[in-house]
Design a binder for this molecule. Structure first.
Ligand SMILES: [Zn+2]
Length: 506
């Protein structure tokens, strides 16, 4: 008995020693921090430019509906009622004119093509045409401000108010700040007489928020027609995360190498219809509800691996001892970590394909039984899953002949770009030279971006905006009180100038 007790104690002691040793050697893998490089910029001027850019109501959703309206004869009479100064068309044209007046050197010295109506493609020709070009992208369209929410804003959404620290308004975070920082950086480099070795494309798109259906599509088609193959592209998708991970002091530059896919299905349950006073035991609505509950109760399996695994591996090395102990010993605590990350929407979305029921429809009257009840579900596909695989999974979980599962549409996750390629290294170097001591980690974008289109003509596509954000900034995206700090605009301008300088070399 005693012997058994002692051997158990020694097994436990050995386990503890292994766990501790693994934790102690689980240290930072960051390369020695590059020292900060100072680039002289005019903070006040940059803030003023972003403020002016915000004042144009470049809402792509309105542009789209207006185009549809103009095409329909029915509206011709109504067109006279539209105040032309307010129309979306005027806003987009106005922005393009303002851009050319504000950055005359960029417009006179770099070739500009206007594509897909309002999207702009600048081509800054390199000195060595044997090198593959690079492309930096940002979008200047914005999402609408929800009607009735205007009074929740500290400053009106299109006022572009500049206070001591911030520039306020729709597009300040997403993504006019990147547009302005790119233009400022290009102006700086032109003023210095900088000449890139590789050709540098700057792509300012006007329809990202409605899927890049005209602008980004036309840019990619145009480059493709000219047989352009890009070494790498950089577009939005992530930020420098400050204070997102409890106990981790340095900010995390999360440079995303891929983005999730999306797919939508409809579940259709059938019923006999009839008067609601004599309902059968089973109704279409009841069958559909049961199916939705079943699917939500059994999320698509996921675990901390791939890009999300790499991201947490880099970050967790900077966590306090207790958490480091867990991540250093994922062989033992993997399930615990998965359960904890799955409990929060943000990290759950990094681990797996998510299941989101979004729309419902059934009978049109309260006393009529539905003949059909339809539930729409939107999935965001992790790279390990496919549309085909998710369809199979849904059918096997439901295992119900009373339900039709119809695929409405979708696209699989993007390719995973390389973290060893020159482009990635140039982005890391520019981020470290701008911000000094930061953690750099790869990752995956959980929403869709223009990058998906660029990857058709690029070796690698990266997703990162060089501004620092905190958890409190998250609801401002597409929400109220969008704002960007002046300090961020200064740093973003520095970042892009360093990136173009180093990333366009041979
Ligand atoms: Zn955006």
């Amino acid at each position: 008995m005693k012997k058994l007790f002692y051997s158990m104690i020694s097994v436990i002691a050995l386990l503890v020693v292994i766990l501790l040793i693994r934790t102690l050697i689980f240290t930072s893998t960051q390369e020695a921090a590059t020292s900060k490089v100072m680039v002289d910029v005019d903070a006040e001027k940059i803030a003023k430019h972003l403020s002016e850019a915000i004042k144009f109501r470049t809402v792509s959703a309105e542009l789209n509906s207006q185009e549809v309206l103009i095409e329909s004869e029915l509206v011709e009479t109504k067109l006279e009622d539209i105040n032309l100064d307010e129309s979306a068309h005027i806003q987009f044209e106005g922005f393009i004119q303002w851009l050319s007046a504000t950055y005359p050197e960029v417009h006179s010295r770099i070739l500009l093509q206007r594509l897909g109506k309002y999207s702009l493609l600048f081509k800054w020709e390199g000195s060595n045409l044997n090198l593959e070009p690079i492309l930096l992208s940002a979008h200047y369209d914005v999402v609408p401000v929800i009607a009735g929410s205007e009074n929740l804003w500290t400053h009106p959404p299109y006022s572009g108010v500049v206070d001591k620290s911030y520039i306020w308004g729709r597009g300040a975070l997403d993504d006019k700040s990147a547009v302005i920082a790119l233009m400022e950086a290009t102006s700086l480099l032109l003023a210095e007489g900088f000449q890139p070795d590789r050709t540098v494309y700057l792509s300012l798109t006007h329809d990202e928020e409605i899927g890049g259906i005209t602008g980004t599509k036309a840019i990619v088609e145009n480059l493709s027609r000219d047989d352009v193959h890009l070494a790498w592209t950089l577009d939005e998708g992530s930020f420098l995360f400050d204070g997102f991970f409890p106990g981790v002091v340095p900010a995390v530059a999360n440079i995303n190498l891929a983005e999730k896919g999306t797919m939508t299905i409809e579940l259709v349950a059938h019923g006999r219809g009839g008067h609601s006073s004599m309902p059968p035991k089973e109704t279409a609505v009841g069958i559909l509800a049961e199916a939705l509950v079943k699917l939500q109760a059994e999320p698509i399996p996921g675990t901390l691996d791939g890009l999300s695994g790499e991201m947490f591996d880099a970050i967790s090395r900077h966590m306090p001892f207790n958490q480091r102990l867990l991540f250093a010993n994922r062989w033992l605590f993997g399930d615990l970590i998965d359960a904890s990350l799955s409990s929060k929407p943000f990290t759950n979305a990094m681990l797996r394909t998510t299941t989101a029921p979004t729309m419902l429809s059934a009978s049109i009257k309260e006393n009529v039984l539905a003949i059909e009840a339809i539930g729409t579900i939107n999935f965001r596909l992790h790279p390990r899953d496919s549309i085909k695989g998710v369809m199979k999974y849904v059918k096997s979980v439901l295992d119900d002949e009373r339900i039709d599962v119809n695929l409405i549409g979708g696209s699989n996750a993007s390719r995973v770009s390389s973290a060893k390629a020159l482009g990635y290294k140039a982005i890391v170097h520019a981020a470290q030279s701008t911000y000094g001591n930061i953690i750099v980690a790869p990752g995956i974008t959980i929403a869709a971006t223009d990058s998906r289109r660029y990857e058709a003509i690029a070796e690698n596509s990266y997703r990162f905006n060089p501004m620092s954000i905190t958890v409190k900034d998250i609801p401002r995206f597409h929400g109220t009180n969008e704002r960007m700090s002046i300090e961020n605009m200064v740093n973003a301008t520095r970042f892009y100038s360093l990136l173009i300088r180093n990333g366009s070399h041979e």
